[in-house]
Ligand binder design. Structure first.
Ligand SMILES: Nc1ncnc2c1ncn2[C@@H]1O[C@H](COP(=O)(O)OP(=O)(O)OP(=O)(O)O)[C@@H](O)[C@H]1O
Ligand SMILES: [Mg+2]
Length: 586
């Protein structure tokens, strides 16, 4: 029940109660008061009649009728022996037939005390009557004067009073209902406003303020609620700021973060998490098994659930992703809420680690052959050949020199590569006429080409293609590519260097009519030490570092390398370089 209704009900109940008490009081006292009033009135009239009788000097029927018409009551004149002498309501002939009235209680009382009264049913008239008797003691006329009023008259008057009272009570109640409605409305309005505002605060609405209009308890309550609302606002803002901060941190993290409940249902992930497992759709709300069928992930989760401590584990996801995962149980106020896991993609680190291992293995392998050869020949020389056979000794020294040369080339290449990789060497970039750079490179490999009867063609326009590059490095790129082209092209072939304007860049291409490269090898030839045919390349003095150096130099210049080839028909190696900003016009 609403407060307003309660208030209204209590007002109405109060009024009804008071009205009912008044009504009952009047109801009870009315009858009595009426009878008493009538009795007193009759008594006065009886006294007056007494005087009249004394003046008249006798009790008679005519006197009774005369008095009866004056007092509007039944008048009975009774002799001292109880005989009725006159009665205003009965004709003269019948008066003598009336009973002796000496036994009537009012008559008895009047004779004894001078006056008396009684309420009873009249034997003569058969109605409830109020009797008042007064003794008369005149000379020759002693007896009792009795006045009587029918009680039903009184009852009628009482009834009309009752209905009047009833109407008044009813009107009072109706007025009370209306007034109490208005009053309860007015009284409860501030409380209703406060309740509504409290409801809005409860629903999380911010900035709710209740106007404080009074200085009573209701006003105090409004003030307290306003304080509370302000505090809640502050707390909410603080929480929201905190959440935004956390969201930003999570969003900005390169590592994937995942929170899962104790039954393995994911409740939160950051944006970096999905790509680690190649998931694009919604992740939150799914279970671990649904998002990744990877057994390591589940076993890490289960192990953590069993041990309850922290867990660091490396998980490999095919084809080539390695994740370092860090699992921590999530406890809030000592309650087990699941787990938090951080996924760090260490694939690159792993790749670099592998590369370094491979590199060391490759370098030692490459070094071993020349060193073994040099040591072997030197030992043989020292063991007597030097003195015994000068001709063979010379051959041996030549072999030693060849391999020393090879060692020196190898070491130079490795040094060059390591310098390029460590970015230690700053490029000395300048505007370069690419035609003359290519011409110089052609000249350097010209001797070798001539030996194999290979034609070198420089198709670069002498005046158009100026690029920004480090002169020495660019020459090294072209020489390496030309050397390869000559090396892997059979006698009588052709090697061309051409260029193409691509807007911001110029693409240079070195094409040959050589043995070509299979598509499987093509993706790997830029790797260090990678050679299609190990034996053949080594025989030619190759180390497999030439293309790796080319790739590094071009990338340092901001360009890119590519290769296309058809086995048996030839290959095209191309690279791009940035155009010089103000290349001289033709
Ligand atoms: N023009 C080409 N035609 C066919 N195969 C080639 C060509 N250029 C390179 N290759 C292949 O790519 C491999 C790697 O070349 P790279 O220049 O890196 O090493 P290399 O020539 O063997 O030795 P280096 O250049 O260090 O003396 C070669 O061993 C060869 O198998
Ligand atoms: Mg080479």
């Amino acid at each position: 029940m609403k407060f307003r209704s309660k208030l209204m009900l209590s007002y109405v109940l109060l009024v009804v109660l008071i009205t009912a008490v008044f009504y009952l009081f009047f109801e009870l006292s009315l009858q009595k008061t009426f009878v008493e009033e009538s009795r007193a009135g009759l008594m006065n009239q009886a006294a007056l009649v007494d005087l009249l009788v004394e003046k008249e000097g006798q009790l008679s029927q005519p006197l009774a009728v005369k008095i009866g018409s004056a007092v509007k009551a039944r008048v009975t004149l009774i002799a001292a022996d109880g005989r009725v002498v006159g009665d205003s309501d009965i004709s003269r002939e019948h008066v003598d037939e009336l009973q002796n009235h000496l036994d009537r209680p009012e008559v008895q009382a009047a004779l004894k005390d001078g006056s008396g009264s009684a309420v009873r049913s009249s034997v003569t008239l058969r109605r409830d009557m109020l009797y008042v008797a007064h003794s008369v003691d005149a000379s020759g006329a002693s007896g009792v004067v009795r006045l009587a009023l029918p009680l039903d008259n009184l009852a009628r008057a009482t009834r009309s009073m009752h209905s009047l009272l009833g109407i008044v009570a009813l009107l009072t109640v109706v007025a009370a209902v209306m007034l109490s409605y208005l009053l309860s409305n007015v009284t409860s309005r501030p409380l209703r406003e406060i309740a509504a505002a409290a409801g809005r605060i409860g629903r999380g609405e911010l900035g709710v303020s209740i106007p404080v209009t009074t200085h009573d308890e209701v006003g105090e309550l409004a003030g307290v609620l306003n304080d509370m609302s302000g505090r809640i606002d502050g707390q909410m803002k603080r929480l929201s700021r905190e959440k935004q901060r956390l969201d930003t941190i999570l969003r900005g993290m390169g590592e994937g973060v995942m929170v899962a409940s104790s039954d393995g249902v994911i409740s939160l992930v950051n944006p970096a998490f999905g790509p680690l497992f190649g998931i694009q759709g919604n992740i939150e709300g799914n279970s671990l098994i649904e998002i990744s069928r990877h057994p390591d992930l589940l076993s890490a989760f289960n192990d953590l659930r069993v041990t309850g401590g922290e867990l660091v584990r490396e998980i490999t996801i095919p084809p080539g992703t390695t994740l370092l995962t860090h699992w921590v149980p999530l406890r809030v106020d000592g309650d087990d809420q699941g787990v938090v896991a951080v996924f760090h993609d260490i694939s690159d680190m792993k790749r670099v680690e592998n590369m370094r291992r491979d590199f060391v293995a490759n370098v030692s392998h490459e070094l071993r052959t020349p060193v073994t050869v040099i040591k072997g020949y030197a030992d043989t020389l020292l063991n007597g050949v030097l003195d015994a056979d000068p001709r063979r000794s010379k051959q041996f020294v030549q072999v030693i020199q060849q391999h020393t040369e090879r060692l020196s080339v190898l070491i130079n290449d490795i040094l060059t590569l390591s310098r390029l990789e460590s970015k230690e060497t700053a490029l000395d970039q300048e505007v370069i006429d690419s035609w003359s750079a290519v011409a110089t490179a052609c000249m350097l490999v010209g001797e070798h080409a001539d030996l194999k009867n290979i034609t070198l063609v420089n198709e670069i326009h002498p005046e158009v293609h100026h690029v920004m590059a480090d002169h020495g490095r660019l020459e090294q790129v072209v020489v390496n590519l030309l050397e390869n082209a000559v090396k892997y092209t059979p006698e009588g072939g052709t090697v061309r260097v051409s260029s193409e304007d691509q807007g911001e860049f110029i693409r240079f291409a070195v094409s040959d009519t050589g043995i070509g490269i299979s598509s499987g090898d093509m993706s790997r030839i830029f790797e260090r030490f990678y050679r299609v045919d190990q034996a053949r390349s080594r025989e030619q003095g190759g180390t497999g570092l030439g293309l790796a150096i080319v790739k590094h130099i071009v990338q340092l210049h901001g360009g890119e390398v590519s290769v296309s080839s058809e086995p048996g028909r030839g290959s095209v190696f191309s690279f791009t370089l940035r155009k010089a900003p103000h290349a001289p016009k033709m």
